[in-house]
Design a protein around this ligand. Structure first.
Ligand code: NDP
Ligand SMILES: O=C(O)[C@H](O)CS(=O)(=O)O
Length: 484
């Protein structure tokens, strides 16, 4: 049992129309570090999903009639409650997802920062007045909430990925039906416990845990009362959802897979580059869509960087995320471990060298040794596929033109990083990278103040920042005649 200050935050039931629901059907949520069961969670059915959508549809009109200031005040109270309960929320997150407690706490505060940001934005949804095109005409543009928003989110950031979506949605007057990942629903229900306490009206926020992602997703995509789908996850699933949403032409926001290049030029501050590679590659044990998936090092500094990186990795401490000093938890499941193993086997079969790690940890379970591959080449799977684990493949390059071509040779385009101290090169490379986000002399780019999102097959739309509300709004213009 988790040792929480407020045990009521560990909530296994679904939250629909302001009611906590048990329906006799459950699925088990287990701790990836220990394999022990945390809770049996309500397994919401398709019919209950449709009912949640109906309630959200009814509640949305009243919610949209509140002023932005009133909605912002509720979101602010929600933010305050999340921060006050951050330790408990982090404990729940670590238990169901495995990331070390300090990282989990960081995620809770990161997620809360979106709720804080959009609590403020709620009262700034401005329209426009456009000079008439004829003497008797006047034109006014207003922005209105799209309506019911369906959300599908992954296991790797079970709090922040919901917060990054629900905050702008509720701020502008939408209602929300959230289906969290089967592996990590308890962070979502805990958020709803606090949202209810903050005063979010019944039906405005609904949490529908389920073991049947495809069926529930199909209902969210097909139901005509859902105006928008917002999704974070793999490009594979994003494509399925796009197809399913086409029948009702739903608005979509998609935060999909990545394959981030991390480039170290020979003019880089190598120690800073190693620090950046460590945070970008090993945050969340490499289980983030913006982590460095390919590390390109210019030949003049390749050996020195490889040596420094291995020394830094040697300071990582694997273990149960609840233990002091642990920096790196388990991977989410055995499939994730097998993907890392497959990428290592493929690379070594084609000439790469395991310079560090390369196998399952002696801790057992889904713990895996942080790994460095050297002599990696572009014909290897790690060059094309997202590893989503603690594997740092080092590619050698000669010229700036060569590395830009290699970095952009992917269907993905979420984040990219590079280290250089030459201003002219910094501008050239930043503009040349085909990504939605560029980290320049930093490996950590995530913040609520900037528009997070990708290009190419890494997604559609942006989350966070002043741009983040637009995807939850419809523009309408009113043309007044007979004025003169
Ligand atoms: N761009 C971004 O911000 C992020 C991208 N990702 C990408 O996602 C991948 C790993 O995360 P992972 O969670 O495994 O990704 P998935 O795409 O497999 O799952 C994401 C969510 O979609 C659900 N899902 C799976 N299949 C369907 C379906 N047919 N219909 C509706 N929902 C479905 C999952 O449910 P369930 O798990 O219960 O089956 C989960 O809640 C990586 O490629 C990673 O890059 C991950 C996080 C963030
Ligand atoms: O799901 C993810 O990987 C997150 O989007 C990464 S971040 O927002 O924490 O950078």
């Amino acid at each position: 049992m988790l040792d929480l200050n407020d045990p009521s935050l560990l909530e296994p039931r679904a939250y629909i129309n302001g009611e906590w629901i048990s329906n006799g059907a459950t699925f088990a949520v287990t701790n990836p570090a220990t394999g022990t069961k945390i809770a049996d969670v309500t397994d919401v059915s398709v019919a209950e999903t449709a009912a949640a959508i109906d309630h959200a549809h009814k509640a949305q009109k009243d919610w949209a009639a509140w002023t932005g200031k009133e909605r912002g005040a509720v979101l602010r109270r929600w933010y305050d409650l999340i921060v006050e309960n951050a330790d408990d929320l982090a404990a729940i997150l670590t238990a169901e997802m495995g990331k070390p407690l300090p990282e989990a706490k960081g995620e809770i505060l990161y997620g809360a920062s979106f709720i804080e940001w959009f609590a403020e934005e709620a009262k700034r949804i401005y329209g426009d007045v456009i000079p008439g095109h004829q003497r008797d005409k006047r034109i006014v543009v207003i922005k209105q909430p799209v309506g019911v928003v369906g959300s599908i989110t992954p296991w790797n950031f079970p709090n922040a990925m919901i917060a990054r979506k629900v905050a702008p949605a509720l701020a502008v007057g939408c209602s929300f039906v959230a289906r969290p990942a089967e592996l990590t629903p308890l962070s979502a229900t805990a958020m709803a416990v606090l949202g209810e306490r903050a005063g979010i009206p019944a039906g405005v926020l609904n949490i529908i845990p389920s073991s049947r992602s495809a069926e529930i997703g199909q209902e969210l995509c097909a139901n005509p009362k859902v105006a928008k789908i917002t999704f974070t996850g793999s490009t594979r699933v994003g494509k399925i959802l796009m197809q399913q949403c086409s029948d009702t032409i739903k608005k979509m926001s998609l935060e999909l897979g990545g394959n981030a290049p991390f480039i170290v030029f020979d003019d880089a501050d190598l120690d800073a580059a190693v620090d950046g590679a460590m945070i970008s590659k090993f945050r969340n044990n490499g289980q983030t869509c913006v982590c460095a998936n390919r590390i390109y090092v210019q030949s003049g500094v390749y050996d020195a960087f490889a040596e420094k990186l291995q020394a830094a990795i040697g300071k990582l401490a694997l273990g149960d995320g609840t233990e002091d000093g642990v920096t790196t938890g388990p991977l989410i499941n055995d499939a994730a471990v097998r993907k890392v193993e497959d990428h290592i086997a493929d690379a070594t079969s084609k000439g790469a060298t395991v310079a560090l790690g390369g196998q399952r940890s002696e801790l057992g379970g889904t713990f895996f040794e942080p790994t460095v591959l050297t002599d990696v080449t572009t014909d290897m799977a790690v060059a094309r596929e997202e590893t989503f684990g603690p594997l740092a493949p080092l590619f050698r390059f000669e010229t700036e033109a060569d590395v830009i071509a290699m970095a952009n040779d992917t269907e993905f385009g979420l984040a990219g990083y590079f280290y250089s101290t030459k201003m002219n090169r910094i501008w050239r490379v930043a503009e040349a990278l085909e990504t939605g986000i560029v980290g320049i002399n930093t490996g950590l780019i995530s913040t609520e103040v900037a528009p997070f999102g990708g290009v190419k097959q890494s997604g559609l739309g942006r989350e966070g920042s002043k741009y983040g509300v637009e995807d939850f709004l419809e523009l309408k213009y009113m043309c007044f005649g007979e004025v003169s």
